[in-house]
Write a protein that binds this ligand. Structure first.
Ligand code: ADP
Ligand code: MG
Length: 367
């Protein structure tokens, strides 16, 4: 761990960074500003094509921003007339496809980035040993990449990135090529390894569960810009846009019409006091809105006159996930810890759990 007294408060500072590849297409990265405190693990989350890789490449120095500045460890590395090439930025990278040298052993792969530094061999050997131990690959030093599983290869890539004590580690979808069991195990281990090393890191993913489960903060990207940045809890509880809510929490959105102190919706009346507005504006000034209703905030009951019909049911272990539909075609996804499942085709009543602060009014409603 780097002692707090010598580490800068912020390892990475982006100020309105933009990169446009061609004049007739929108910028791949558009005016992105963010500050990354020492030791933080930030997930960069967004759909494919939203600019995540381009942003990492700008930080690493494989792309040049058209405007804006990038500072790493209090040194300007791009923008304001300055430029530092990738090898001088103290940034380690881990890629989706591992990018190991196939003809080098585990030990030689990990040592690769250290040998340029004209360090005494014993120091390099020592650091290689430590890095291999950190990622749990002792005993595999002499193996070649093709003699390792995908998960083990990704550990080698991580050890190689961490070995030179970089200021910052960038991981571009490091778990996406692994099968589900390995991915779930390695994501927790990845967090533990980065925390043990005291490393500041940005972790790119398009998987919201992965982002929420391992990151200290999550930055949601959309079409090149940062849509929202916050802790997993903040994003989950208070998304500031419908995009974040749908992408991060997979919440339902219902059209709501305000009638005095209540919202009229397809699941009945919801008191205004049970909702807040996404941009903190006065909720009583909104007449029509899209209300965010989380899958777990609805309760359902079998009822012959119920408005909702169960169209589909999935067993998720501890709970069931139901797809409901009204006669007029409105849909609702509900998760409940029902002991006994309701049959597909049943009529049910659905209501928001009373008293819960559930709704998140986003105005105006999408047509
Ligand atoms: P993500 O990693 O989120 O999937 P990318 O950063 O790879 O997104 O891409 C963002 C956008 O920039 C996409 O529209 C992509 O086609 C475009 N793009 C990325 N790299 C280049 C390049 N070298 N030349 C032209 N367009 C590019
Ligand atoms: Mg990418």
């Amino acid at each position: 761990m780097i002692p707090a007294s010598v580490s800068p408060a912020s390892v990475l500072q982006l100020d309105r960074v933009s990169r446009q590849f061609a004049l007739n297409v929108p910028p791949a990265v558009s005016s992105v500003s963010l500050s990354l405190p020492t030791g933080e693990l930030l997930a960069l989350l967004g759909p494919s094509g939203c600019g995540k890789t381009t942003l990492l490449r700008l930080i690493a120095g494989f792309e040049t921003p058209q405007s804006g500045t990038i500072e790493i460890a209090n040194q300007t590395v791009a923008g304001a007339g300055k430029w530092l090439p990738p090898e001088k930025r103290s940034v380690g990278m881990v890629f989706q496809d591992y990018a190991l040298f196939p003809h080098l052993t585990v030990q030689q792969n990990v040592a690769f980035g250290l040998q340029n530094h004209a360090k005494p061999t014993e120091l390099v050997q020592q650091r290689v040993k430590e890095s291999i131990a950190l990622v749990g690959l002792e005993g595999m030093e002499q193996r070649f990449p093709h003699q390792l599983s995908g998960g083990q290869q990704q550990r080698v890539a991580l050890a190689r990135a961490l070995a030179p004590y970089p200021s910052l580690v960038l991981l571009d979808e490091p778990l996406s090529n692994l099968d589900i069991q390995v991915r779930l195990r390695l994501r927790q281990e990845l967090r533990d390894i980065l925390k043990t090393a005291g490393t500041t890191a940005i972790f790119v993913t398009h998987d919201q569960e992965e982002a929420l489960s391992i990151a200290d903060r999550v930055a949601v990207m959309r079409q090149g810009h940062l849509e929202q940045i916050g802790t997993p809890e903040e994003l989950y509880r208070e998304p500031t846009s419908r995009f974040v809510a749908e992408f991060v929490t997979q919440a339902n959105f219902l059209t709501a019409q305000r009638q005095g102190q209540v919202w009229q919706t397809a699941i009945g009346l919801i008191p205004l006091t049970q909702t807040i507005s996404a941009d903190s504006s006065d909720i009583t000034a909104i007449d029509r809105a899209a209300l965010m209703i989380r899958q777990e905030d609805v309760q359902i009951q079998l009822h012959p006159q119920g408005d909702w019909i169960i169209r589909d049911r999935q067993f998720l272990g501890r709970e069931y996930r139901y797809s409901l539909q009204t006669v007029s075609g409105e849909t609702l996804i509900v998760r409940t810890a029902a002991d006994a499942p309701f049959a597909i085709g049943s009529a049910v009543k659905a209501e928001v759990i009373p008293g819960l602060l559930c709704g998140f009014a986003i105005a105006p409603a999408k047509p």
